[in-house]
Design a protein around this ligand. Structure first.
Ligand SMILES: *Cc1c(COP(=O)(O)O)cnc(C)c1O
Length: 954
């Protein structure tokens, strides 16, 4: 009989997170011919870096316990009504979108749509987003999201520098841009020698020779100016004009594209994305068609599939960092797909009239508020406005600000004499009356209805929008909840995400994103805080970020952590800035050479270039390791000007390099700093620490190792850990009250509202659980490598013949023998219901497989069996039993539409759609909505907004 004690044994989460149970683990160890997990890990992880002390973390707990602890932390945040503005506005997330997108794993567990055939749903949602941005801004082309408004402005600056006729080194920034935007621009400008001049464009621009101008529309203090003259003047001097525009205001105002802007940037946060203490939100960037090849970020385009039907995919990828490396125009990799999709769907749900109504209602509240404040004797100097007012509050400023707080209201304190008030979709007439009561200080409060009726709009006559927008049917069809629900379901059903299959993407760590980790992100205490809310209202966030920083220090062996970077690429940039500032502080500003092994991820050289470093490539040897002799030679050659090395550990080749300590020592001996790219941290947690084996700084990808879902290509969080000597140079943030270097994100804690995911994961797993996860990630990868090795060459292994947490399958010999390419194998996997592994990174013609610890042995076997079956088909091509061109690999993937009509192939329909091992009775057969997508066609005939419905055949 079970004892009461055993019945109450706590259900620790670790057994839910890790796929294989004890029995499966034993079977896998037997396949690897090793007696125990400990012995196996000793074979894999070099003794020179292995740590044996347990991580300085808690013991792990149940889901109920972790959520209770987090609820206690959350309760220390105070949710005030925010009238702060500055690019962040409260919003109503439509519940149908909250539940079916933001909280739906079919959307949030998807990967970046590099495999377009299994991504048509999210590609369509992103195309909607691009169309929405292009329409509202009046620009010709928009990309599929930026990381936030501030970084979008900084990208726009370098974009102008590349494209402007003027060869000036000056970028002119209007003084009424959001202050955090100006700070990010200054951070970005300094290392690459751009001089930033801040002033009033209508007064000061004439005297400044510049290559670009940034204007805010409406300005941060609320004013709306007609910028036609300013932009004409900029163009006359060969400069380009960037307008940071509020999308909701653009439903009422002439869009930037109609008064000459070359680039429009901004945020889409107020389109249904919770404030979240600053993020994540999707920024946007739109421009002229002529400039499209210089655009940063990802771009969705329309192409055709093998049957000539419209199909979407990522366009012009040759611009991106993974191809262009140190010549890339931007380092953006992970962006903000989930949030862009929410914003685009918000526009589809409300439609053009709905958005205009929301905007106009806010404007009515704003003008009425202004009239009442004037009636109460205040000077409100804002002449034309949309939703934001500046009040000359003079000597009353502090008292009014304090008074507002007693009503649980936050106002913006512009300076000692002025307050700012920004309204939003959630503001009510009652709120306006409350604001009057605060400002009345005992005087009688105006009557809302009377004043509203008597007050006209104050939009400038010549800037009222005349052009139509969002005319495409997608923005005019899904306005009932039933209709929207079905649209969302239809889109999600087109895609493969983690809720249907493993996604064995090497370097991307597509592991479980547990539901209990996701629940807290929509708790109002996390979701509804403004990033610049007073510190005493954000004590919960302070506790959360401090605890998380300490946890990440414990995991990595670093001394300090910044949570500000909102993707791995941004962490690299922030880390290199810290290195640069450190050298400068020691009078060694000449150190600008960055060594990067040839196997590095494209973001590494792209980031180095952004901080003005010169990239010197270090060779790799035949075993995939850094060529230490080449490294020594290059470090010696650049001894005087060596800034850093960027290495990935374990390497992108999926092996634990034995000589990593030596590599770090060589660089240190020549005065350089060691940047260890932490994207592969899932192979290290609990076993080794980059901060202990030689790293000075690393970024982590919380959206890889630490369970933040990929969201179809973002959000991400890319915190950096540093040794103590670099800590003073971590990103600071003036509006957020953080000391340190320049800001790299618009919000002090970047994508703050998703940090609870990682906090919960670490709290649930505890020290032992995290280590076990790492061990299982390595075991799963080696199990796959071992079972595939008889069928495919495994490219790199360590001295014991083991791989780390991922393995590279080399298809190049098969291509030579059979003509079957890595693409063909990737697409054929779709017929088996799988997402392809990482293709052609870090070695062209290969597949890199990373199973993670979350996949059970049953799922690994399903994948392995599919790969072996595909090998059988390749063998049949080699043997001539399948035609070299007309075979199921070359024509994969196969759609349901191919089940009917003439069958013209040399292989059977049955083999096409139910390949070996996929039975008709198997549940949940995945049917791709399109057949193979033609990339070349799409890039030759670039279409990056929703095509008319007439383009779609039946
Ligand atoms: C994913 C990855 C990056 C970039 O991280 P993002 O979050 O996508 O910006 C950098 N290096 C390596 C090795 C990676 O796998």
């Amino acid at each position: 009989m079970a004892t009461f004690d055993s019945l109450t044994q706590r259900e620790l989460f670790v057994r839910r997170h890790i796929g294989p149970d004890a029995g499966e683990q034993a079977e896998m160890l037997a396949e690897l011919k090793v007696g125990s997990l400990d012995e196996f890990i000793r074979q894999v992880v070099p003794a020179a870096i292995r740590r044996h002390e347990p991580l300085a973390l808690g013991a792990g707990c149940t889901e109920a316990e972790a959520l209770q602890k987090l609820a206690d932390i959350a309760s220390r945040n105070k949710v005030f009504k925010s009238f702060i503005g500055m690019g962040y506005h409260d919003t109503h997330t439509p519940p149908v979108i909250q539940r079916n997108v933001l909280e739906n794993p079919a959307w949030y567990t998807a990967y970046t749509p590099y495999q377009p055939e299994i991504s048509q749903g999210r590609l369509e949602a992103l195309l909607n987003f691009q169309t929405m941005i292009a329409d509202l801004t009046g620009m010709e082309i928009a990309n599929a999201s930026m990381l936030d408004e501030g970084t979008a402005a900084a990208e726009a600056m370098t974009f102008c520098q590349r494209l402007a006729k003027s060869k000036s080194q000056v970028f002119f920034v209007a003084a009424d841009c959001h202050p955090q935007t100006i700070d990010i621009i200054r951070t970005r400008a300094e290392p690459i020698g751009i001089e930033v001049v801040v002033g009033d464009p209508r007064r000061d621009l004439a005297g400044v020779d510049c290559f670009g101008v940034l204007l805010q529309y409406p300005g941060t203090f609320g004013d709306i100016h007609d910028y036609q003259g300013v932009i004409d003047a900029a163009h006359a001097k060969g400069a380009l004009a960037v307008v940071a525009a509020d999308l909701l205001a653009l439903t009422l105002l002439t869009p930037p594209g109609e008064f000459g802007a070359d680039v429009a940037i901004g945020t889409t946060q107020r389109f249904g994305v919770p404030l979240g203490f600053g993020g994540p939100h999707a920024g946007y960037l739109a421009t002229r068609d002529a400039f499209k090849r210089s655009m940063p970020g990802r771009l969705v385009g329309v192409s055709v599939d093998a049957h000539g039907r419209p199909a979407l995919r990522l366009a012009m990828q040759t611009r991106e960092q993974h191809i262009r490396r140190e010549k890339a125009t931007s380092n953006i990799c992970t962006a903000q797909v989930l949030l862009a999709n929410i914003a685009g769907l918000y526009a589809a749900y409300h439609g053009p009239q709905g958005l205009s109504t929301i905007a106009h209602r806010i404007h009515r509240l704003t003008v009425t508020l202004a009239a009442g404040l004037r009636q109460l004797g205040y000077s409100v100097p804002t002449e034309y406005c949309f939703d934001t007012l500046t009040v000359d509050s003079g000597a009353q400023t502090a008292a009014l600000h304090a008074g507002a707080r007693s009503y649980s209201i936050n106002l913006r304190v512009i300076d000692a004499q002025r307050l700012g008030i920004a309204l939003d979709e959630t503001t009510t007439a009652e709120d306006v009356t409350t604001l009057w009561a605060i400002f009345a200080q005992g005087k009688p409060v105006p009557d809302f209805a009377t004043l509203e009726a008597a007050t006209p709009d104050v939009l400038p006559g010549q800037l009222q929008r005349g052009s139509a927008f969002l005319t495409h049917p997608v923005f005019n069809s899904h306005h009932s909840e039933t209709q929207m629900l079905r649209y969302l379901r239809a889109l999600a059903d087109k895609d493969l995400a983690l809720d249907r299959t493993m996604i064995p993407l090497g370097s991307c760590t597509m592991k479980l994103n547990a539901t209990s980790e996701m629940l807290p992100i929509t708790w109002p205490e996390f979701a509804r805080l403004h990033p610049f809310a007073p510190a005493e209202q954000a004590e919960g966030y302070r506790a959360l970020t401090q605890e998380l920083e300490a946890m990440l220090c414990a995991v990595t062996g670093y001394d300090a952590v910044s949570l500000q970077p909102n993707a791995g690429s941004q962490g690299e940039y922030a880390g290199l800035l810290a290195i640069r500032a450190y050298h400068a502080s020691r009078g060694e500003g000449q150190r600008t050479v960055c060594l990067i092994p040839s196997s590095a991820h494209g973001t590494n050289p792209a980031s180095a270039q952004m901080v003005g470093m010169q990239v010197v490539v270090v060779k790799c040897d035949d075993a995939g390791n850094v060529d230490v002799d080449d490294l020594k030679a290059k470090a010696a050659q650049h001894s005087h000007d060596l800034a850093a090395i960027m290495i990935t550990y374990p390497s992108t080749h999926g092996v634990f390099e034995e000589r990593v300590r030596e590599i770090c020592d060589v660089v240190h001996a020549h005065g350089g700093q060691v940047y260890i790219d932490g994207a592969n941290m899932n192979a290290l947690v609990g076993l080794a620490q980059p901060g202990s084996f030689g790293g000075d700084v690393s970024h982590l990808n919380l959206h890889k190792t630490f369970c933040i879902p990929h969201g179809g290509g973002g959000p991400g969080v890319g915190p950096i850990g540093v040794k103590a000597h670099l800590a003073p140079f971590l990103p600071g943030h003036r509006q957020g009250g953080l000391a340190g270097g320049g800001a790299v994100s618009a919000a002090p804690f970047g994508s703050a509202s998703i940090l609870p995911i990682t906090w919960t994961y670490i709290t649930l797993m505890g020290a032992a659980g995290l280590q076990r996860a790492t061990e299982l990630a390595i075991l799963n990868a080696n199990y796959i490598a071992s079972r595939l090795a008889p069928h495919y060459p495994i490219l790199y292994t360590g001295p014991n013949g083991r791989v780390a947490h991922e393995c590279i399958v080399d298809l190049r010999p098969l291509k030579d023998a059979s003509g079957i390419s890595v693409d063909d194998v990737a697409k054929r996997l779709i017929d088996f219901g799988f997402h392809a592994p990482t293709m052609s990174f870090p070695v062209a013609g290969t597949l890199m497989i990373e199973p993670t610890e979350s996949e059970s042995k049953a799922e690994l076997d399903r994948f392995i069996d599919a790969m072996i079956a595909i090998r059988g088909e390749i063998a049949a091509v080699e043997a001539g039993t399948l035609d070299a061109n007309d075979n199921p690999l070359k024509h994969a993937p196969h759609t349901a539409a191919e089940l009917v009509g003439e069958w013209e192939h040399a292989y059977s329909r049955e083999q096409a759609v139910y390949p070996h091992g996929v039975t008709r009775s198997a549940p949940g057969k995945y049917w791709p909505p399109v057949s193979r997508v033609d990339n070349v066609h799409g890039d030759r005939n670039l279409v990056c907004s929703c095509p008319p419905l007439s383009d779609y055949p039946n």
